[in-house]
Design a protein around this ligand. Structure first.
Ligand code: SIN
Length: 288
């Protein structure tokens, strides 16, 4: 396996490797090390069935629960991310900056996304490094954020009011629920459990409120200061200087570390079909 960097910030491409459930443990360890170091790893030219993708994901860790989105009939751990050519107006899955299911007690460590049928043009995915964002925080701001916890919830995406949005995708079965209103608090400045690097565990989609001295009390109807800080955090963490962008080809597998990145799927391919299979690998509770 050869690994080459894609930007000066995050992302790498791994060539000369075939992913699958029966990979050599040393190669898996090498792949995992490259993934946590570069945060996003592109592995081109793969051909995994849902069963094989789930089996490969198990080599990185146990299955992470997938709320709201129904799995493919062929495998309970795999979800299909699909928007049909006939759905030009539909909101695409993952089309806002987020870190996968950060509202869980223990959000997924990794996501594995396998491209099956991608548009000729458009439909790229962009990731931002929360490690790089942390490292460029102005010192005064870093001190303020040190004491802040984020209130995560799926309410803006999966509460019943959002059902019509998801029902625009005929190839996905997304079932919203009142349970989306449940909240979990995670520290804002976290230490990566494998690299020990610090990062900002933030995303503007699932972080609905902040708790911290002079910032907020954790309730959604927060102060002007809290709204201002939420907006600042979103704009700062998704700045182009922290990003890598991937132009998909059929067969690509991209793995990313949800503990140190956010991502967004660009919805710029109206009239074309885009289909990928996704698995998620369990993580641990984020720690300050
Ligand atoms: C996701 O957010 O998991 C989907 C990303 C993508 O479709 O590019």
């Amino acid at each position: 396996m050869t690994v080459s960097r894609l930007t000066g910030v995050l992302g790498a491409r791994a060539d000369g490797v075939t992913l699958g459930p029966d990979m050599d443990p040393e190669l898996v360890a090498e792949l995992r090390a490259a993934l946590v170091e570069h945060e996003v790893l592109v592995v081109p030219g793969q051909g995994l069935s849902p069963q094989e993708q789930a089996g490969f994901s198990h080599l990185l860790g146990p299955y992470s629960e997938v709320p709201f989105v129904q799995p493919v009939p062929e495998h309970p751990e795999v979800i299909k991310v699909v928007k049909e050519a006939s759905e030009p107006e539909a909101f695409n899955f993952g089309g806002v900056w987020h870190s996968d299911f950060s509202f869980l007690d223990a959000p997924p460590a990794f996501t594995v996304l396998h491209a099956l049928d991608v548009p000729d043009v458009g439909g790229d995915t962009v990731w931002a490094s929360m490690t790089a964002a942390h490292d460029l925080l102005p010192e005064e701001m870093r001190q303020t954020l040190e004491q802040v916890t984020c209130v995560h919830s799926a309410s803006a995406s999966y509460s019943p009011a959002q059902q019509a949005l998801h029902s625009g995708l005929s190839g996905m079965d997304i079932r919203t629920s009142e349970s989306a209103e449940e909240t979990r608090e995670h520290p804002l400045l976290c230490t990566h459990p494998e690299t020990g690097k610090r990062s900002l565990f933030f995303n503007g989609t699932y972080v609905r409120a902040l708790r911290g001295p002079g910032v907020g009390d954790g309730s959604e109807a927060g102060s002007r200061e809290e709204s201002r800080l939420l907006k600042w955090l979103h704009e700062f963490t998704t700045h182009v200087r922290f990003t890598v962008r991937h132009r998909w080809s059929d067969g690509d597998v991209v793995l990313w570390d949800n503990r140190s990145t956010q991502h967004v799927a660009l919805n710029d391919y109206a009239g074309q079909r885009r289909e990928l299979n996704r698995t998620t690998v369990a993580g641990t509770e984020p720690v300050a």
